[in-house]
Design a protein around this ligand. Structure first.
Ligand SMILES: [Fe+2]
Length: 243
């Protein structure tokens, strides 16, 4: 007899249990606005299969001058709520540093920066132009004992099709973190194409949701079974070392 189950598409499960990039501490940046919104997202991520979330509020001197103490205070509030609501998910926090003069000054003065894993320092740059001091910043990060992690390399205009700069950054021992949403074309076709290219080139080290709101968490959940997300299958990422 014809077996209906054989016709079911293969279900893609989350290829890792740890997320390392999101904006889930309320009121600190352009991410979640309230604790209840954050709880809804955490529930949604738990349902998808995540066990641990290392959330990374923006630190950007002009718009989000968050201090580590403020981040830790919010982290503790959310941890209490997670416990009260019996969620089976661990919450931790680091930061996503915007590369500007302020970050350069912090590196120069050897200020202690928020990291995760093996001193991984998540940083982003302007989307349009390559910062003049990008290489200096990377050098200073290494000198201060940090492992630089470039957030969403697929989203920067100046990296699109710039093979020599991609190679230069990898030669300078910069880890690359891809956004899951890029694979499904959430941002743009060009970003999707670049995301697929970087995966194919095997230069992606970490995967992140970069989740800012419940809508994005829903999109990630729904896109798990898509062709784009299947490109993550069978590959190894450092997320697996962070549980
Ligand atoms: Fe981000």
């Amino acid at each position: 007899m014809f077996n209906l189950f054989k016709t079911k598409p293969k279900k893609t499960t989350l290829p890792f249990l740890v997320d390392i990039h999101s904006h889930l501490l309320p009121g600190l940046d352009d991410g979640v606005k309230s604790a209840s919104e954050s709880m809804n997202i955490l529930r949604s991520l738990e349902k998808i299969g995540y066990k641990k979330i290392i959330t990374t509020p923006h630190i950007m001197s002009e718009y989000y001058p968050n201090k580590p103490s403020e981040i830790h205070e919010k982290l503790n509030e959310m941890r209490n709520l997670i416990q009260q609501n019996n969620l089976d998910i661990t919450l931790d926090a680091a930061a996503e540093y915007y590369l500007d003069e302020s970050l350069m000054a912090k590196l120069a003065s050897q200020e202690s920066l928020l990291t995760f894993g093996k001193n991984y320092l998540l940083f982003e740059t302007s989307f349009l132009n390559k910062p003049a001091y990008l290489e200096d910043a990377i050098f200073n990060m290494h000198t201060n004992g940090y492992q630089p992690v470039l957030a969403h390399p697929e989203r920067y205009d100046y990296l699109q099709g710039n093979q020599s700069l991609i190679e230069k950054l990898k030669d300078m021992n910069v880890l690359f973190q891809l956004n899951m949403l890029s694979l499904s074309g959430y941002y743009s076709e060009a970003v999707k194409k670049m995301a697929r290219y970087l995966l194919k080139e095997d230069v992606i080290d970490l995967i992140g949701t970069d989740c800012h709101n419940l809508h994005q968490a829903d999109v990630i959940g729904k896109s798990l079974n898509t062709r784009g997300m299947r490109l993550l299958e069978g590959k190894e990422f450092l997320n697996a070392t962070l549980l």
